[in-house]
Ligand binder design. Structure first.
Ligand code: NAD
Length: 359
């Protein structure tokens, strides 16, 4: 007898070492030694370089240099500049320090130079947990999945996140929640990815109000970072659907912050997919402690002081047709079949911030 739809799964595990604790970065030298890397290039932003500087001394000769020009969406020219630094300093590993932008650049370098990555994440993007890479060339982002670009070691140190501004924290946290939501209704979800997604959403949703009210609360920061880790893991195991597609189109076309677009769109895309994914919706609602998934997500955005409508991000009403056009150019998995009219209605409702307008 065949199993019902959605009950069969394929699960693969990659080699990965995760150290999660206050002061985790103090184990950097030891972890590089374990990785067998005699020389490491720090790949980061100028903010990350300043933050990592006090630790570099402890690495001695192991630190081969720093590339601090990481930028959002990994522009091709940035990869080329960082690659020259790799050629000049001949590292045996990359130390990615920062948010999704720094980790993304290290992945693009790993793809070209075959170097292992040790990641120190400082936002809730979850990119450190995935084999997904992306590079932007003349405004077009190419993405792919490749096991060899996934970090081999991750040091999660919640203390590094206490300076992440409240609004960036809230948006980044909702980006993590979006990974969990889409993993819960993915066609290739597994029992493990669903467990990770539920627990990740639960921890993140529980922690974010405190993170916003008291950014220095290390316990809440720890829960949020752990939630990001779990949701990122689920993201790695499951295909992302309409929500991620729309966020890439809207963020890329109008040059808007990746995480903030995720936060704003999530309740509306969830409402759009709800009729086609009743089990996933129940899991999301339970993890949020809400009666309904879309309303729970909207209420969380509201509680965190995030914008609630696409119009608040400066997207024009007349731009929505272009978003539909770009989102329909390629096919991708989504629980509810995709057609232009339905997506246009969803975007119109998201633009004015009216959840009941999604049909
Ligand atoms: P980001 O890395 O650009 O960081 C956002 C902002 O926060 C930046 O200004 C940064 O300097 C600042 N910042 C980071 N850590 C800080 C800290 N601890 N204290 C103070 N400020 C800090 O943005 P992001 O949202 O982390 O990542 C977005 C990028 O990651 C996008 O390009 C997105 O496509 C990619 N991404 C990739 C994956 C994947 O699996 N490949 C997953 C999620 C996101």
């Amino acid at each position: 007898m065949n199993l019902p739809h959605g009950k069969a799964f394929l699960h693969e595990t990659r080699e990965l070492r995760v150290r999660f604790r206050d002061g985790a970065v103090r184990h950097l030298s030891e972890e590089l030694e374990r990785l067998g890397a005699a020389r490491v290039l720090l790949v980061t932003t100028s903010r990350g370089a300043a933050e990592a500087a006090p630790l570099l001394g402890s690495l001695g000769d192991r630190w081969s240099g720093t590339y601090d020009g990481a930028r959002v969406h990994v522009p091709r020219e940035v990869v080329q500049a960082a690659r020259r630094q790799v050629e000049q300093t001949a590292p045996e590993a990359l130390l990615a320090w920062g948010g999704g932008s720094a980790v993304g650049l290290a992945k693009a370098l790993a793809l070209e130079c075959d170097l292992p990555i040790l990641a120190v994440p400082t936002t809730y993007s979850g990119s450190e947990m995935t084999s997904v890479w992306g590079v932007t060339d003349r405004g077009r982002k190419t993405t792919g999945r490749e096991d060899r670009v996934a970090p081999r070691v991750i040091l999660y140190d919640p203390r590094l996140t206490v300076n992440l501004p409240e609004r960036t924290s809230a948006a980044s946290g909702m980006n993590a929640v979006a990974h969990g939501v889409e993993a819960l209704y993915a066609r290739d979800a597994s029992p493990l990815s669903s467990l990770l997604a539920r627990e990740g959403i639960r921890r993140m949703a529980g922690a974010l109000p405190t993170v916003v009210d008291r950014p220095g609360d290390l316990s809440a920061r720890g829960d949020a970072l752990c939630g990001a880790h779990l949701c990122g893991w689920a993201l790695d195991m499951a295909s992302m659907g309409l929500h991620h597609k729309l966020c890439h189109v809207v963020g890329g076309t109008f040059d808007l912050p990746h995480a903030l677009v995720h936060a704003v769109l999530l309740p509306y895309v969830t409402a759009f997919n709800a009729p086609a994914a009743p089990e996933g919706m129940l899991s999301v609602a339970e993890a949020l402690g809400a009666d309904s998934a879309p309303e729970g997500l909207l209420a969380l955005n509201q509680r965190l002081g995030l914008p609630l409508a696409l119009a608040d991000l400066g997207v024009g009403r007349t731009d929505l047709d272009l978003v539909v056009e770009l989102a329909m150019r390629q096919s991708y998995p989504n629980p509810r079949p995709l057609e232009r009219g339905g997506i246009r209605v969803l975007l119109g409702a998201a633009w004015i911030g009216d959840l009941s307008g999604v049909r």
